[in-house]
Design a protein around this ligand. Structure first.
Ligand SMILES: NC(=O)c1ccc[n+]([C@@H]2O[C@H](COP(=O)([O-])OP(=O)(O)OC[C@H]3O[C@@H](n4cnc5c(N)ncnc54)[C@H](OP(=O)(O)O)[C@@H]3O)[C@@H](O)[C@H]2O)c1
Length: 326
């Protein structure tokens, strides 16, 4: 089978297409023929060794895939052959390997897809869907004004919709271009502000009625975090989810304390139990299959174009989900 291997850290062209033998499903596992492999922004950072976690090399990138079950390991007796499933590799004992023609995963983690949900849309609902879902579960938006950052991206485009659905009093989206702002509005954002302008925090505050927003879901980090605090209401909460890109210092924390604001961390993986994962994924799959949650597809690339897929994310050209089609 073909796979995309990272042999050294660097730019998009360090992603090599390699031939290797198809993995054998071990006891309790299934072998999946991948039909869509999800690409996530953190993998772009990881490829350049700019992420919070440095993987051992060589590694086949990719932590999520969707496809059909092709073979069963010993002890798997359910009639799974041919079933369309999601493979949330990130929750398994071998969390990488998704950019490939085949993957294996513990049969208990393979989640069946509703008939009307495409493989591509299923990949969007794994890391990105679960991140949006758990960000909102941990810091519920009901009755609050909230700020969604990178609002047209994979996580952001789902978070805007789910926050609205869960009763946020106002969802304010920030993103980096006009088409992205239009997309966020079309997904239900009450206001959308371009955060490439210097006065964007003031414009967010205005959109929230003057005092600022109650909750900021910060998935961008870096210098954006400190700027966003200008748009946070007294008593508000900053949820920080941009792992490895924490850039606020003592003066910002001091200012938060004097305004009775709180800072909350967010990391997806520790929140996932096997049962919880299946339940949350099934909920997201059924919302999308039933048309209550729109998945934005932001680029389909062949497996051997993984470098192009990474470029589109890195150069901020993508919206929604970027997928590889083996
Ligand atoms: N804490 C966790 O457990 C967890 C889990 C999953 C994802 N995340 C985080 O969630 C974020 C979104 O992930 P995603 O996969 O859905 O990506 P994405 O939002 O689809 O793509 C990344 C977006 O980030 C924005 N951006 C801001 N600064 C950028 C920069 N310097 N370079 C490139 N893009 C930049 C761009 O949108 P604009 O042009 O609109 O700024 C870009 O489109 C990532 O930061 C990821 O690390 C966290």
């Amino acid at each position: 089978m073909r796979a995309i291997q990272l042999n050294r850290f660097g730019g998009p062209d360090v992603l090599d297409v390699v031939e290797m033998s198809k993995p054998l499903p071990q006891a309790g596992e299934v072998l999946i023929r991948v039909r869509a492999a999800g690409v996530n922004f953190f993998e772009v950072l990881m490829r350049g060794d700019r992420y919070a976690v440095t993987p051992d090399l060589p590694v086949i990138l990719g932590v999520e895939a969707a496809g059909t079950v092709e073979a069963l390991g010993q002890g798997v007796d359910t009639p799974l052959i041919g079933t369309r499933v999601a493979a949330p590799l990130f929750a398994s004992k071998r969390p990488f390997g998704g950019y490939a023609d085949n993957v294996t995963i513990d049969a208990k983690l393979a989640v069946p897809l509703p008939e009307t949900l495409s493989f591509e849309d299923a990949t969007a609902l794994m890391v990105q869907g679960l991140t949006a879902f758990h960000l909102l579960r941990q810091s519920p938006p009901a009755g609050k004004s909230v700020l969604a950052t990178a609002a047209a991206g994979g996580v952001g485009s789902l978070l805007v919709q789910l926050a609205k659905r869960q009763g946020a009093s106002a969802v304010i989206a920030v993103a980096g271009s006009r088409p992205k702002l239009d997309l966020a509005r079309s997904l239900g954002a009450d206001a959308a502000v371009d955060y490439s302008t210097s006065d964007w925090p003031m414009r967010v505050r205005e959109a929230a009625g003057g005092a600022g927003v109650d909750v900021i879901y910060d998935i961008v980090g870096g210098s954006m975090t400190a700027a966003s605090l200008e748009a946070l209401a007294p008593g508000g909460e900053l949820v920080f989810a941009a792992l490895g890109r924490y850039a606020i210092g003592a003066s910002e924390l001091e200012a938060m304390i004097t305004r009775n604001q709180s800072l909350r961390g967010f990391a997806l993986l520790p929140l996932l139990s096997a049962d919880g994962l299946r339940a949350s994924l099934s909920e997201l799959f059924h919302l999308a299959a039933g048309g209550q949650l729109a998945v934005t597809q932001g680029g389909r690339y062949r497996l051997d174009q993984a470098n192009e897929a990474h470029r589109s994310l890195e150069e901020r050209r993508s919206t929604g989900k970027v997928v590889l089609i083996p």
